[in-house]
Ligand binder design. Structure first.
Ligand code: 5GP
Ligand code: ZN
Length: 113
């Protein structure tokens, strides 16, 4: 999609630090990490946000969680990790290409933090 920051990252037009890639997903380091591990897991297909998930496009979201489980094993995140997807401006979404923050490496307060 034109003028989408994360679509440009997927195409390589904007550089990123790649962690993992397959035919459906791309994983890269967040530019402003809030934890020792702060990766963004995104579908290559442009979906703007969580409330645009439908029966037609939800398979990629299931795949994203398989990728997260694989990364958690590969990175040995046995102490725990958090997955966050902000939906809409009030929730703090700033990039409107759906993404899942993968956070780990420090104690994570709840709620928020
Ligand atoms: P949101 O606020 O939408 O939940 O998360 C967007 C995330 O994208 C933020 O954590 C922000 O640091 C990250 N981000 C914004 N622009 C870039 C960029 O150009 N490159 C990378 N790697 N991350 C970005
Ligand atoms: Zn996009």
């Amino acid at each position: 999609m034109e003028d989408c920051l994360f679509c440009k990252i997927i195409s390589g037009e904007i550089p990123s630090k790649k962690i993992y890639e397959d035919e459906l997903t791309y994983v890269f380091e967040d530019i402003a990490p809030t934890a020792p591990i702060h990766y963004l897991v995104i579908p290559k297909q442009h979906i703007s946000k969580l409330d645009e998930i439908t029966p037609e496009n939800s398979a990629v979201i299931a795949h994203i969680y398989e990728v997260i489980a694989k990364l958690a094993k590969d990175l040995d995140l046995k102490d725990g990790f958090r997955v966050v997807s902000n939906c809409g401006e009030q929730a703090g979404q700033s990039v409107f290409h759906i993404h899942f923050h993968l956070l780990a490496g420090r104690p994570l307060a709840w709620p928020a933090g």
